[in-house]
Design a binder for this molecule. Structure first.
Ligand SMILES: [Zn+2]
Ligand SMILES: [Zn+2]
Length: 183
């Protein structure tokens, strides 16, 4: 599978590079690059009342971008702004399931956001888990009931910290099959 990481707005390039390095270790037969496109954050996605960005609007922009990038199987957008879907107060990410586009937000992943001391490794581990989770959805995976599996739903940062960045055996089988079917 060929994954392109698409930084959007002010997303930190150093973090996207570390995600890139790690994704190829987690997904089978996968290459990954950071797209040098410098897309601005889509202001039409901003909700003035909630002061957050509408996740699905950004995701559909990524989908449009991914449709044109024939050489890539998946495009993972990375934003550093707070994103939401109408039924939840926030989301860590969203994906087309199955599809070519995924999105994660770094906004709530920094320990500082939760009143803790800055910790780059923790921040990176969280970003990686969310990236793997959303890319898992693009391969058709649903949420997994095992709390240590990366496909477990994260309702809060505690859920994210509790799970690993890896798929459980059952989910990994599905990932391997889906990646294989991409050709
Ligand atoms: Zn999910
Ligand atoms: Zn699982």
């Amino acid at each position: 599978m060929k994954i392109g990481i698409l930084p959007i707005g002010q997303a930190d390039i150093a973090i996207t590079l570390r995600i890139q390095e790690n994704l190829v270790r987690i997904f089978p037969d996968t290459t990954c690059l950071v797209i040098d496109a410098k897309l601005p954050l889509f202001e039409k996605a901003f909700d003035k009342k909630r002061k957050q960005y509408r996740s699905s609007v950004i995701l559909s922009e990524i989908q449009g971008y991914a449709a044109e990038k024939k050489g890539l199987n998946r495009v993972l957008g990375v934003v550093d702004s707070d994103i939401f879907v109408p039924e939840l107060s926030f989301v860590f990410g969203e994906a087309v399931c199955p599809g070519k586009a995924a999105l994660i937000s770094l906004w709530r992943l920094r320990p500082e956001f939760h009143g803790a001391a800055s910790n780059m490794e923790l921040f990176l581990a969280r970003a990686l888990k969310e990236a793997v989770h959303e890319l898992g959805h693009t391969l058709g995976l649903k949420h997994c009931s095992r709390s240590s599996c990366v496909m477990h739903f994260s309702n809060s940062i505690f859920d994210t910290d509790k799970k690993q960045s890896l798929f459980c055996d059952q989910c990994y089988l599905q990932v391997a099959l889906s990646v294989n079917n991409l050709g």
